[in-house]
Design a protein around this ligand. Structure first.
Ligand code: G6P
Ligand code: MG
Length: 218
């Protein structure tokens, strides 16, 4: 029986993935490094410091840990200025009615985001009331594609991972869901998310019936 749906945040609940992209792009440009959307795909779902390593790869720059921390902080300060603009109107299409529908059918709802800014974004969206569990990325050892954060959310909800569906827009995220033993829904393109059990091009296509159908199919 479908007990819970566990969501990624950035790029699934709201379009903050775009702000992450813009903030990394601004930092890369400041450093004179090339950065495009293809490279950005590799950053989705990946922690702040791991993302910085990907931005810096092939740069020839040799930075100390302190300098790296300063760059990551600079990106985050810029990102935080961008997310201040988020309002409840920024829930992605279909998300509000999906969360209402799941709640009405007694399905638990969890969040498994690698972002330390997730609680702030939920607050800006006024979306916190839908989530019975928000897994803290600060309390896990391994990020996506490791299943840890999805397993933590399931544990917080008190549900069996086998009875969960995970929803993600990142390749690393879909791999994490699958490694957790959950059914996976990918929001995006087959180039990155071809492995998902169900691939949708937009959150608009999500529905409670679709998720029950996915869970109940053999
Ligand atoms: C999510 C996003 C990543 C981001 C990570 C850390 O996984 O998809 O793009 O790097 O969270 O976010 P933070 O807000 O803590 O820097
Ligand atoms: Mg995401």
């Amino acid at each position: 029986k479908l007990e819970a749906v566990i969501f990624d945040l950035d790029g699934v609940i709201t379009d903050s993935a775009e702000y992450h992209y813009l903030a990394w792009k601004a930092l890369a440009e400041e450093l004179g490094l090339s950065f495009d959307r293809a490279k950005n795909e590799r950053l989705k779902g990946v922690s702040r410091m791991e993302s910085l390593e990907i931005v810096l790869e092939d740069s020839g720059l040799h930075l100390s840990e302190k300098e790296k921390l300063e760059l990551a902080t600079k990106k985050n300060e810029n990102y935080k200025r961008m997310i201040e603009r988020i309002t409840p109107a920024d829930l992605l299409p279909g998300i509000g009615s999906l969360l209402d529908g799941l709640q009405a059918r007694g399905v638990s709802i969890g969040l498994a985001s690698a972002s330390h800014n997730a609680p702030l974004i939920l607050e800006r969206l006024e979306a916190g009331h839908w989530f019975q569990a928000v897994a803290d990325p600060g309390s896990i050892a391994k990020g996506k594609p490791d299943p840890e954060i999805f397993l933590l959310a399931a544990e917080m909800l008190g549900v069996d991972p086998m009875n969960c569906i995970g929803v993600e827009d990142a390749e690393a995220g879909v791999r994490a869901i699958q490694a957790a033993g959950m059914k996976s829904v990918g929001i995006g393109s087959s180039d990155q998310l071809g492995a998902a059990d169900l691939l949708l091009s937009s959150t608009f296509e999500l529905s409670t019936d679709l998720l029950f159908g996915l869970f109940n199919r053999q």
